[in-house]
Design a protein around this ligand. Structure first.
Ligand SMILES: [Zn+2]
Length: 312
């Protein structure tokens, strides 16, 4: 079967259920009406953070208000889409988050709350954070150097001098669970990671390269292992600042490991028993919560990954 097991939860950040309704982005009359509609919901995004609050039943929610309560900055208004109930969503990009509306609200980033928010709210947040990252880093025209202006409700930047239109940038990256003939999984520890933190290998696709070739090249560069068959599994937006993670499984045709020492400090082959023992003893730390890496490892493992000390 291709793809991650659809009977389990979806990959985090991938299933908002919101219609982006791109046909409305250039329609100022429609956008103005949508903005002022009483059912419309708005949240502020600033530096990759939003305000969230915990409800009495323990769930985490995005703090959203009707537009008339939202701090107005027209030029930094992103239209994000329409949900199945017809509610329209906007994000406002601000230099700072607004003061706390009540004691429960607090600032939070996507890595922290991407897995806590509802899929709809996580999807809205990832869209807004990705747009904000792009806007912040592309204020000037790459053709002529003039300052550009926002258009299309946050989805285009236009150059008033040369007329160029600039679109949001997404950088494809491959992330792969490599297995060998014995169905052991190859996990590595990046140079900057703490002792014991192992995960799948990953790397950026280079210009003029297919994603399958990128998988083989990255594995060869990082750990010296040759990969044959490559199978696409699923993708995940990863706006830190602008990546799209393309998840694969890959079959190794060699098993000797030679780490590059620059990106990967240490790499090992794990059987399922090895991994369970290592997780339970705390020798190996589980991968980060919302990353597709955890799902790729879990798919191979066959069930939810054990946590330290659970003895599951
Ligand atoms: Zn220009």
């Amino acid at each position: 079967m291709t793809g991650l097991d659809s009977t389990s939860r979806p990959v985090a950040l991938t299933s908002s259920g919101v219609d982006r309704a791109a046909q409305h982005r250039l329609d100022e009359v429609w956008l103005a009406a949508a903005w002022s509609h009483p059912s419309t919901r708005v949240f502020v995004v600033s530096g990759g953070q939003v305000l969230v609050e915990e409800t009495p039943d323990g769930t985490t929610e995005l703090v959203m208000t009707p537009a008339f309560d939202a701090p107005e900055t027209e030029t930094h208004r992103y239209f994000l889409g329409i949900d199945p109930d017809g509610v329209r969503y906007f994000a406002l990009q601000k230099d700072t988050l607004p003061g706390r509306m009540d004691e429960a609200a607090r600032p939070a980033g996507l890595r922290e709350v991407g897995g806590l928010l509802s899929p709809l709210e996580a999807g809205l947040m990832v869209h807004a954070v990705a747009l904000e990252n792009w806007q912040r880093m592309h204020r000037f025209c790459s053709r002529c150097g003039e300052r550009t202006v926002i258009a299309a409700a946050g989805h285009i930047r236009r150059c008033p001098a040369c007329g160029a239109e600039h679109y949001p940038r997404t950088d494809p990256a491959v992330i792969m669970l490599v297995t060998d003939e014995e169905d052991r999984a190859l996990l590595g520890r990046q140079v900057l990671w703490p002792e014991g933190r192992f995960s799948t290998l990953a790397g950026f696709v280079e210009p003029g390269e297919s994603i399958e070739a990128a998988v083989r090249r990255e594995v060869a560069e990082e750990v010296g292992v040759t990969v044959g068959e490559v199978e696409y599994m699923a993708s995940q937006p990863w706006p830190f600042p602008s990546s799209l993670m393309l998840g694969f499984t890959a079959r190794a045709t060699t098993s000797e490991i030679t780490v590059d020492g620059e990106e990967i400090h240490e790499a090992r082959w794990f059987s399922r028993d090895d991994l369970r023992t290592a997780f339970e003893s705390g020798e190996v730390l589980p991968p980060f919560g919302i990353s597709i890496a955890a799902r790729l490892i879990e798919q191979w493992y066959g069930k939810p990954l054990p946590r330290p000390g659970t003895g599951r």
